[in-house]
Structures are given as C-alpha cells and as structure tokens.
Design a protein around this ligand. Structure first.
Ligand code: CMC
Length: 394
C-alpha cells in the first residue's frame, strides 16, 4: 500500500478531483472540447450565450430555447441601486477583481432563498449571475472614474451591451463579435484552480453567489486569470523587438516566469491562443496596427527557442490582452472579462457538483511538531524572522 507521502502530489497535479462531463482538454494534441464539441467549431459558429447554455444545460439549445434564455438574461441585467451605492464606497484605486468578488458575494444578500432542489431557483440564479456580473464590472469601472454607471441597453446583445456600458457608445459590430468570441474561448477549462474552488464551495451546499465569489477570488491571482493583465505590462516593459531576447534571457536566468506562457495541461500552443492570435490579426487589419504585436510574436519565437522543449508555449492569456487593448478596454479589466466568461463554466460545475454532491474534505500530511511545552509569555524570546526582516510573517 502507498504511503501518504507517495500519494501526495504538490498542487494536486494530475490528481482527479471530480468526474465531469462539462469539458475536456488534451494537452498533448492541443484539443479543447465543451460538452464534446471542439472549441474551434464553437468559436466559429456559436454565440457566447449559446455556449453558456451548452455548458450549463448540457446540450445545444434549439432556436426557441436560445431565444428564451437570451430574453431572460437581457431582462435581468440591471443591478439593485444598493449594489451601485455599495460600490461607491469602494476605494477608486481598488482592483476591479476585488470589487467584483465583493459585489458577486453581495448578490447573495438579495436572493438568499437557497433552494438548491428547486429547478426554478437554479434557473434564476444562472440567469442572474450571467446577466448581472458584466453590469457589475462596468458599473465599478464607471464609478471609479467619477461617473454614474450606464444602464444596460436592452436592445443590444450580450457582448455589445457590455462594451456599451463601458463607453455609452454602441460598439462596432465586428469589435462586438470579436469580444463575443473571446468570451466563448474563456468560458470553461476543466478543473483549473477557480473551478476547483467553485466546486469545493458548492460542495458545502452554500448559495451560488458565494460559489461564484469564491471562484472570482481564485481567478484573480497572477498565476491564473491575472496573467492577461501581466502580459500587457510585460510587453510594455520590453518596449521593442530588440529587447525581447535580453528580456527572456534575464527572466530565465532569474528563474522568473514569463507571463502568458506555460500551462499545467497543455504542452503545445493552447488552441485558444491560436484562435486569439488570429482574431488579433483580424482586428489590427480592420482597426489599425498595434506595435506590441511584433514584440509578442518575437517573444513567442524566442521563448520557444529557449524553453519550447519543456512544453512552454503561449497560453490563452498571451494574445487576449492584445485583443482587449485594441477594443480600448483598460488592462485592469482584463481579468474581470475572464470572470464574465468563466461564470458560465463555474455555473456548469456548480450544477454538476450538486447532482453528485459529496463535500470536499481532503486530508493532509502533518509535518509540524508534537508535544511542545507551553512557554509562558514572560519567558518567550523575540524570534528572528526569516530573511532577517523583523516584520516578516512566518
Ligand atoms: N516562463 C518560464 N518558465 C516556465 C514558465 C513560464 N511562464 N512556466 C513554466 N516554466 C518552467 C518552470 O520554471 C519549470 O522549469 P524547471 O522544470 O526547469 O524547473 C517547468 O517549466 C515546469 O513548470 P511548473 O511550475 O511545474 O509548471 P506548472 O504546471 O506548475 O505551472 C503555470 C503552470 C501556468 C502556473 C506556469 O506555467 C506559469 O506560472 N505561467 C505564467 C503565468 C501564466 O501565464 N498563467 C496563465 C495560465 S493559463 C490561464 C489560466 O489558467 O488562468
């Protein structure tokens, strides 16, 4: 029999945490499927709302089902004025992901019934979360700029309405279409950190707003959804094509991660990065060139040269920032955009978790002390903290 230490895998790498029918990744051949359908097909033929329906209800909707779902979402986009007022108390300098996590959790205060065995409650929670999360992202952005939030426009589709709420201008249809495809590409990705977090929270049978708030908090980190914002900062820091090689050499020498590269599952270029790169090129052809694109292409080439043999290639976050920049979206909203899309996947996993629920309760390998004697306060000595920093937290 294997010991605990033999079973233990850091970061749970390769450890199945659930049986799922929601999506599938083949990291060797670069394949991603939602409910068995290839991502390339969905990006080409479906809208994000259709994809959300597929993920959450398990099948492609009929025309009537799609129209009904879209109508429900369209008519639930408004948020309570209490939530807008609450956002006015947030610091303007706060990160939009923190604002989103707080606001998503606050929704649970308004819809607290928690009837997880009632299909109407489940449907209403799905519709509210898909409908209101974009409104909350846009509202915080407007408020921090000193403006009143822009009310959703019921005439506009999901993607166009979000872009409208950021600017009060109806977006170019091509820009809105590109944004909609970006949402599809980010909608779901098997058992990543935020989805795991959503499933763990769901397994306690808490309300769906807490599930989504917990997942938003997990997505925010720079090793997960936060990487897309970091990619743009990195391209800015590199500044020119000539600086790419020295930058990569410096990062690798310092064992520093190059943002937007590498993936726990993919050992080839992420299929979503391939689609996003193509979208970025189409956008530049239509809306003008971006000087960061050459830097990005050179970076991909140099990184592949140095660490391609380790399976380090661009991930979904590498080209998404360039697309969003061309759409004039501020870089600290990139991760909230990821969240807007991923709500669909989180909700699909929430429903799946409820259908087979067993509360998550893993174990641990205790490596601390035993039977230490209790030292009275007067006899304790000041410890020298790690790195000789007296304020460091051990
Ligand atoms: N730049 C340079 N080297 C890298 C990178 C990178 N971005 N990613 C992995 N490596 C190296 C790493 O140093 C290690 O080398 P060695 O074996 O010589 O020590 C090897 O590749 C394996 O790394 P790992 O830490 O075991 O890989 P992981 O599966 O734990 O990490 C990752 C996956 C995504 C956290 C990591 O690749 C990373 O930090 N990437 C940069 C951040 C990023 O772009 N995150 C977005 C991920 S995709 C979207 C999402 O999930 O939200």
């Amino acid at each position: 029999m294997m010991t605990d230490s033999e079973v233990f895998k850091e970061g749970l790498a390769g450890v199945p945490a659930a049986k799922s029918r929601v999506s599938h990744v083949d990291g060797t051949d670069g394949i991603l499927e939602y409910r068995g359908i290839r991502i390339e097909e969905l990006a080409k033929s479906s809208s994000f709302i259709e994809v959300a329906y597929l993920l959450i209800w398990g099948k492609l909707p009929t025309q009537g089902e799609l129209e009904e779902f879209e109508y429900e979402i369209r008519t639930h986009r408004r948020i309570k004025y209490h939530i807008r007022d609450m956002m006015k108390c947030f610091p303007e300098t706060g990160h939009p992901m923190d604002a989103l996590q707080t606001s998503a959790a606050a929704l649970g205060l308004f819809y607290a019934r928690r009837a997880l065995d009632d299909p109407n409650y489940i449907r209403a929670a799905v519709v509210r979360l898909l409908a209101k999360i974009p409104t909350m992202v846009a509202a915080f952005h407007m408020i921090r700029e000193g403006n009143d939030p822009i009310q959703p426009n019921d005439k506009l589709d999901y993607a166009s309405n979000f872009l409208y709420m950021l600017t009060e201008k109806e977006p170019d249809p091509f820009a809105a279409k590109v944004f909609d495809v970006c949402l599809t590409l980010h909608a779901e990705h098997t058992m990543n950190a935020s989805t795991f977090s959503a499933r763990v929270t769901a397994s306690t049978l808490t309300d769906p707003y807490a599930v989504i708030a917990s997942a938003v908090g997990t997505l925010a980190g720079p090793l997960h959804g936060g990487a897309n914002e970091e990619v743009l900062n990195m391209l800015e820091e590199i500044g020119s094509v000539e600086n790419v090689r020295p930058y990569v050499e410096k990062c690798l020498a310092n064992k520093q991660r190059i943002m937007g590269f590498g993936h726990r599952v993919y050992k080839v270029k992420d299929p979503r990065a391939i689609i996003l790169q193509d979208l970025a090129e189409q956008l530049f052809a239509k809306m003008g060139h971006d000087e960061y694109y050459e830097i990005a292409v050179e970076l991909e080439k140099v990184v592949e040269e140095y660490v391609g043999q380790k399976g380090i290639y661009p991930n979904v976050d590498f080209y998404s920032g360039l697309v969003y920049r061309k759409l004039d979206i501020p870089s600290d909203l990139f991760t909230p955009l990821f969240a807007i899309a991923r709500v669909a996947g989180w909700l699909a996993h929430w429903k799946e978790q409820l259908s087979v629920n067993k509360i998550y309760r893993p174990t641990q390998i205790y490596i601390g002390d035993h039977n230490l004697s209790y030292v009275p306060m007067t006899e304790r000595v000041v410890s020298v903290a790690r790195n000789e920093d007296p304020n460091a937290i051990i």
